[in-house]
Write a protein that binds this ligand. Structure first.
Ligand code: SF4
Ligand code: SF4
Length: 190
């Protein structure tokens, strides 16, 4: 029996890829960010369906070019994804967060990995606007997007010994909050 895996709105919630910054576009060349994202997802047998929207007709083009491509990733696609990974690690240096979740739980309910994932994307690919879009949902996202903003950190230090990369988590949280905080974003889905 094959399970049906449906992913909702991976273009917008996956990085506002319809308005991707130039730095991200350069890294994913020869594919657009939407194309490589769609291939990455639909090459996974666990994912059978994507639901996508478009603000203007031409945004459909990238989705349609990859709509029937569900085979394993080609060597060129794999190389593109590896280049994105390498770029992120190079740009972040010794502040790269691997999103391993080992630092949780935080007694203040800060979703440390997600905050630092947004920082990774903002620093590596100039995805600051996407970072603000997601970061300002903290506290308003319910169980779909749990956690509070990073300025709730009390410097208790509980997370520090659990991080395998020995990151200075409170300092990175403060920096991320300064970079991304803004008007609260209300979630539009239930
Ligand atoms: S130092 Fe800050 S982020 Fe780490 S567990 Fe304590 S409150 Fe949470
Ligand atoms: S333990 Fe460290 S590397 Fe892992 S998610 Fe937390 S901050 Fe990131």
């Amino acid at each position: 029996m094959r399970c049906v895996g449906i992913l909702t709105n991976p273009t917008d919630k996956g990085g506002q890829l319809h308005i991707a910054p130039e730095k991200l576009r350069q890294t994913t060349t020869p594919y657009t960010p939407i194309e490589i994202n769609q291939r990455f997802l639909l090459s996974d047998p666990a994912i059978t369906t994507l639901t996508v929207g478009a603000g203007k007709p031409e945004e459909w083009d990238a989705h349609l070019r990859m709509a029937d491509r569900v085979e394993p990733l080609t060597p060129e696609e794999q190389a593109t994804l590896q280049r994105m990974d390498d770029t992120m690690k190079r740009e972040l240096g010794n502040t790269y967060c691997s999103y391993c979740f080992e630092c949780l739980p935080c007694p203040e309910d800060i979703h440390i990995p997600e905050v630092l994932r947004l920082r990774n994307m903002a620093k590596a690919f100039d995805m600051v606007e996407f970072g603000k879009f997601r970061y300002n949902l903290f506290g308003n996202g319910g169980h779909w997007f749990p956690g509070v903003q990073a300025d709730a950190c009390t410097d208790c230090g509980d997370c520090l010994p659990r991080c395998p990369l020995k990151l200075d988590i409170p300092a990175l949280l403060r920096e991320t909050h300064e970079m991304l905080t803004g008007e609260p974003v209300k979630r539009l889905w239930r």
